[in-house]
Design a protein around this ligand. Structure first.
Ligand code: PGA
Length: 260
């Protein structure tokens, strides 16, 4: 794992956007795995800026979102389809037919999950996957105790995650109990993974994921087994790491060719 600690969430988001942009420039047909929630908003803002000011071209890019609420359609303001339109898709030249988000309204959820997995395979697999982390250590919506080899499927949110996400809904009781999420195994097949975490509320989950034992009780800890995982943090999210001086040292001494 490569732990990158920046002075602010904004600075870490710019580093994350540069990594995604590098992938898009090197491979115009890149397949990008996208995340929602509060964390990736600034990264998307930077990608939109790069598109407008630097001509970053998304015309060949394919996207796959991590997850969606069961029961929410694209028009619902808290749906992740809606989120993605607002923060990225409406502002860049990604083609509609290249956008994939799990279907929260699927009549046959298992069949819809299987075809999502098939679509990822047919696209050639995910080149770079963006991730947030839940306060409970989840990635996607793979809550603690999720199988570390799981595939896209329905999951039931924990009470904590429903509370954490209530801010995106009119009323706390409106948060669905169920979601469709890429599995941990699906995420692990991405060629590169970028996990972003900002703020003191994420510090414990980050410590457990990065320095704790690998455990299904902290699904993000499985990234210790990924060959190319970067963890982008602000100071507050990094505050509980025991080896943060070393992570900074590594970053400050990167060979020129490895810099972002
Ligand atoms: P957040 O969610 O970005 O809204 O904090 C992260 C997550 O739950 O994975």
């Amino acid at each position: 794992m490569e732990i990158i600690i920046q002075a602010s969430a904004e600075a870490a988001s710019v580093v994350g956007a540069r990594i995604v942009a590098k992938c898009v420039r090197e491979k115009p047909g890149a397949v990008i795995g996208l995340a929602t929630g509060g964390t990736p908003v600034a990264l998307y803002r930077e990608l939109v800026r790069m598109h407008r000011e630097e001509g970053l071209d998304f015309s060949g890019v394919k996207t796959f979102n991590l997850d969606e609420y069961v029961g929410l359609g694209p028009a619902h303001p808290a749906s992740y389809r809606h989120f993605m339109e607002e923060h990225l898709f409406a502002h860049v030249n990604v083609r509609r037919e290249n956008i994939h988000i799990p279907d929260g309204l699927a009549a046959d959820v298992p069949a819809s999950c299987a075809s999502y997995e098939e679509a990822i395979r047919a696209a050639g697999g995910i080149d770079v996957q963006l991730l947030g982390i839940g306060g409970d250590g989840h990635i996607g919506f793979n809550e603690p105790s999720s199988s570390l080899v799981s595939r896209t499927r329905i999951k039931t949110l924990t009470a904590q995650t429903r509370r954490d996400n209530a801010r995106f809904f009119e009323a706390a009781e409106d948060v669905p109990f169920h979601v469709v999420t890429m599995g941990v195994g699906t995420i692990m097949e991405a060629r590169q993974v970028l996990l972003l975490a900002f703020g003191a509320g994420k510090a414990r989950a980050v410590r457990e994921a990065v320095e704790g034992p690998l455990s299904a009780m902290v699904p993000a800890s499985v990234l210790q087994m990924h060959g190319s995982a970067k963890v982008l943090l602000d100071e507050a999210a990094a505050a509980e790491l025991s080896r943060s001086e070393y992570y900074r040292w590594v970053y400050d001494h990167k060979p020129v060719w490895q810099r972002f």
